[in-house]
Design a protein around this ligand. Sequence first.
Ligand code: C5P
Length: 299
Amino acid sequence: MRTRCEIWAPAKLNLGLRVLGRRADGYHDILTRFVAVDLYDQLVFTRRIAGGVSLQLQVDSAGVRPGEFPLDEGNLILRAVRLVERAAGIRASLSISIRKTIPIAAGLGGGSADAAATLLAMTRLYGIDVPPRELGAWGAQLGADVRFFLGESAAMGRGRGDELTPISLFRQWWAILVTPPVFVSAGDVYGDLRLTLGAKAANFHDCRDREGFLAALRRSHNDLEAVVLRRAPEILLWQGRLREQGAAGVFVSGSGPTVFGVYMSQPSEKTVQSLRGGGTGARVEVARPVTTPLALVVQ
Ligand code: C5P
């Protein structure tokens, strides 16, 4: 049996997000277009003879500010381990090392991607034969976005965001992601939403070619944006700066605070450096859509 497994877990962007209504379970029904992009957390899982489960954060983890990444049982990675232990009736002894690059609590799905990577690694390392559908259901127990990372690299999400339909997507574009140094909780953002329903099921048109993609960008909108802007008004300035650089569309991802611009040609180093300058404390990254949601690098 394998004893080591390395997985690169990507970030996701929401190219549009409509909130359709409140649900009885405390969540909201949404309609969103998920796209995985090449900003990766790198996770290495190593089985050991005994000693239980340990989690270490690599010191060169760009995505983490001090105290932001709990290494205890509250971490979604360890919750994923416990879930598999219960579901498969095993007791894991495992060392997990993560090099975190995806900004935390940023609307980029980093925690969910790490949880999905953990579910996949556990099934490989412990030879657990679980059908994809069931693995997805395990993921959905951990968070609304986890299932996306276990499926296709571009998908429409309905329900809580975990009822997924793969989509074909034009992929010749770049995104500049800006994550300002503010904390906005997803629960608070959804909780603050003034729902003006009537919720037409947005214009999530086909976007497999350049033209369709550009049309879809023009019609897309994130309903959570207004709430995020109230909590972090500096995002408005970032939206302006991203537009100035020629963005074909500018969106808040998920419940923020990350805002991203979509560009049809590769942003120059000069552009990126100018956005990084000025001591704002914001993370600025360039990313492209990927074709594999979870990249199993070494088994
Ligand atoms: O599932 P996850 O833990 O990522 O969601 C965080 C919070 O965001 C939820 O507790 C809920 O308050 C809110 N949420 C929601 N509707 C969704 C997704 C998330 O209300 N579709």
